[in-house]
Design a protein around this ligand. Structure first.
Ligand SMILES: [Zn+2]
Length: 570
């Protein structure tokens, strides 16, 4: 009997015998079975189902359910640096820090968020956090070959350089070791994976931390440049890399260091566009700091996500709505993506004292939903609203937005007001596909361009869209820089800050056949960017920011590595 058939039939037998009762159990059983039989690729559910002679309803339902996937194509791996206090003091709304109310927790977190719980149980070690997260991805059958690395927990550039570099090196090393240990040329090796993590015989179960530390030690101390180089061709690649910082820790020297680390996207805690509001909140930076940081980041080809905080002390709903309008009407701002976190009152913060004295009352869920719904009117088609609401569990907020499903409230309010959001997230094909009864086809896409001035340069947003369905398959951010300070970027350079093709990522070991990600759309978008740069702006060079693990992709398009960038002469 063919291995695949054996696999499918054993699995179906287990479902029919009620040994498998949930998608979670199904995924675990698949991995166990693949290891036992020696399969290197998991057949997709429809294939498995095709081997069933007379499938019962429960078999059909279980194999029909799509496992949870990371819709935008890349698995997010969030790790946290150790807790340190901020040099400027404490923002009035900020929980966390050393010896905080919640214990020693990274700044701006409570220790109860999923990522910060993982960080604590791994003693804030980057290697252990990353390695264990990859284990979780594999054990739940997520594809983990494309990783977005996210460093959270306060102001990373404010750490000493040696800490920053060894922290990032540790994360890269975890990706590389995982790749060495469990990937064969033919695909993921479920057998090795199961043997390594076998709870029965394995010291890992008893003392996972000390065991993994030993593993780390055996394989030598992580060296940043070496691990980066190795990751370029590994099986678990870091394709995007994001770091959180404040606008006052995002000057040229900080940006140079972020580029050395391999960062491709920066999340800036801008919070407000009014110096009074910032100083009431003791933010330790000005609006001008945000303007300059944004320009320097974009002129270095980096992507910029803003964190904005409606409901700060001394703000009003009208002011907050006006702030979102200004974000996109004033070309000094125009971030590529947005995270909106309404101000909450958390115990142990200075704001909590003001609240107790009756000097401050936070937004309610309804008020926050109304502000954000109205703000949607101003969101252009080139911005991505990444997240509404912190992942701070709301039971820890004394007062303020009490619902973790704020996004639902916002949706409802926007519907009432007749506002349709045009942002990237609302239009991306992966998300839309879940609502459609027919297949959205990238072949129907037309290439569109939008030009807008931003941070004194010119942005050209090139997208592949199904205009009839208002569906976005991918996009490219081309920039004509204003005042670049990197030597790699000259007056004849145009920048590609982002190239993104959406689609459902593949399951671990699944063949790349039907996914939107592999139809050559990326190539088309990149060629269009090259054409525009050359023909409309007379540029002679394209400089791309690419995640370390995406460098090979650009090499195939005739780009070469120059400093932290990939470049091509036109
Ligand atoms: Zn939207």
């Amino acid at each position: 009997m063919e291995k695949k058939q054996l696999f499918a039939q054993s699995l179906i037998q287990k479902i029919e015998a009620k040994e498998i009762n949930s998608v979670g159990e199904l995924n675990k059983a698949k991995i166990r079975l693949a290891g036992k039989i020696g399969l290197n690729q998991l057949p997709p559910n429809p294939t498995i189902l095709s081997f069933a002679k007379n499938p019962s309803l429960r078999t059909k339902q279980l194999l029909g359910i799509k496992p949870v996937r990371t819709i935008s194509g890349v698995a997010p791996l969030a790790i946290m640096a150790k807790p340190i206090d901020c040099a400027h003091g404490t923002c009035i709304f900020c929980p966390g820090g050393e010896k905080s109310f919640f214990g020693s927790i990274p700044k701006s977190y409570t220790g109860h968020e999923p990522a910060s719980m993982r960080a604590q149980s791994n003693q804030f070690d980057p290697y252990l956090q990353s390695f264990n997260r990859l284990y979780q991805f594999a054990a739940t059958n997520h594809n983990l070959q494309k990783i977005e690395l996210i460093v959270m927990g306060g102001t990373f550039p404010s750490f000493p350089k040696t800490y920053r570099h060894s922290f990032v090196a540790g994360a890269f090393k975890a990706l590389n070791d995982f790749s060495d240990l469990f990937f064969a040329p033919s695909g993921f090796d479920f057998k090795k994976f199961n043997a390594f993590f076998d709870p029965k015989k394995f010291e890992y179960k008893k003392q996972p931390i000390s065991f993994q530390k030993k593993l780390l030690h055996q394989k030598g101390k992580p060296v940043l440049k070496k691990e980066q180089k190795k990751n370029e061709t590994g099986s678990v690649r870091m394709v995007t890399f994001c770091v959180e910082t404040k606008p006052d820790y995002c000057k040229q020297k900080h940006i140079n260091d972020l580029l050395d680390l391999g960062v491709t996207r920066v999340e800036l805690g801008v919070q407000a566009l009014d110096d009074n509001l910032l100083s009431f909140s003791n933010r330790g930076h000005s609006v001008q700091d945000s303007v300059m940081a944004t320009q320097h980041l974009k002129d270095s080809a980096l992507k910029v996500t803003y964190h904005m905080m409606p409901g700060l002390p001394h703000s009003t709903s009208e002011k907050d709505i006006g702030m979102f309008r200004e974000l996109f009407e004033n070309s000094d701002f125009c971030p590529d993506a947005l995270k909106i976190y309404p101000c909450m009152v958390l115990p142990g913060t200075p704001l909590y004292k003001q609240y107790q004295k009756g000097l401050f009352s936070p937004l309610t869920t309804k008020q926050a939903a109304r502000i954000i719904a109205k703000a949607k009117r101003f969101f252009p088609p080139w911005v991505r609203i990444q997240r509404i609401m912190r992942d701070i569990p709301t039971q820890f907020a004394i007062k303020g937005v009490q619902h973790n499903n704020l996004r639902q409230f916002v949706k409802q309010k926007a519907l009432e007001l007749g506002i349709e959001c045009q942002c990237i997230r609302c239009r991306e094909a992966g998300h839309l596909q879940q609502k459609k009864s027919f297949q959205l086809k990238p072949n129907n896409a037309t290439i569109q361009t939008i030009k807008y001035e931003a941070s004194k340069g010119m942005e050209i947003f090139i997208s592949a869209e199904d205009l009839k369905e208002n569906a976005l398959f991918g996009f490219c951010r081309l920039r004509i820089p204003f005042k670049p300070f990197r030597k790699e970027i000259t007056s004849s350079s145009a920048l590609v800050r982002e190239l993104h093709v959406f689609g459902e990522p593949l399951l671990l070991g699944q063949k790349k056949k039907d996914s939107i990600q592999h139809k050559g759309l990326g190539k088309q978008l990149l060629q269009k960017a090259e054409e525009i740069a050359k023909n409309e702006f007379s540029k002679r060079k394209i400089v791309v920011i690419a995640g370390i693990g995406a460098r090979e992709y650009y090499r195939k398009q005739d780009y070469i590595l120059k400093g932290p960038f990939m470049e091509k002469t036109l």
